[in-house]
Design a protein around this ligand. Structure first.
Ligand SMILES: [Zn+2]
Length: 136
């Protein structure tokens, strides 16, 4: 009787290679948590810059989206974004999630490693899997 000894690593490698590529690459992206607080009649989005960096999107674009979605003027002050109205954290988080789903996450592989390319018709291009889709 002969038993073929395979290392655990080799077994994993073999299993992995049998998976369809789409499943292999699928990974859930953790939405960054919005830190915000109300100050007087305004809302301070405290980690605005850090989220913009994490998702690698221009702050202007991110701020403009939030301003439009929430119907409120916004102003960048240092690394925080000041929203000129009281907006609760949950609502702000919802809008940030929408932005990320629309403008950051690749629908094919769920990864956030994307770039926005093109003039006029803009495309979201995924660095991980090469998928592209038009965005507004
Ligand atoms: Zn992708």
């Amino acid at each position: 009787m002969s038993i073929k000894m395979e290392s655990y690593e080799e077994m994993l490698k073999e299993l992995y290679s049998k998976l369809p590529s789409k499943i292999k690459r699928k990974e859930r992206f953790e939405m960054p948590e919005v830190v915000s607080y109300i100050e007087g009649k305004k809302t301070i989005f405290k980690n605005f810059s850090s989220i913009a960096q994490k998702i690698r999107r221009r702050e202007e674009m991110f701020a403009k989206f939030l301003s439009k979605e929430l119907g409120v003027p916004v102003k960048k002050e240092g690394s925080v974004l000041v929203l000129q109205r009281k907006i609760n954290n949950r609502l702000l988080q919802q809008k940030v999630n929408i932005f990320i789903k629309e403008y950051v996450i690749c629908l094919e592989c769920n990864r956030p490693d994307t770039n926005i390319r093109g003039e006029g018709v803009k495309m979201l291009v995924c660095e991980a899997c090469g998928a592209r889709r038009p965005i507004k």
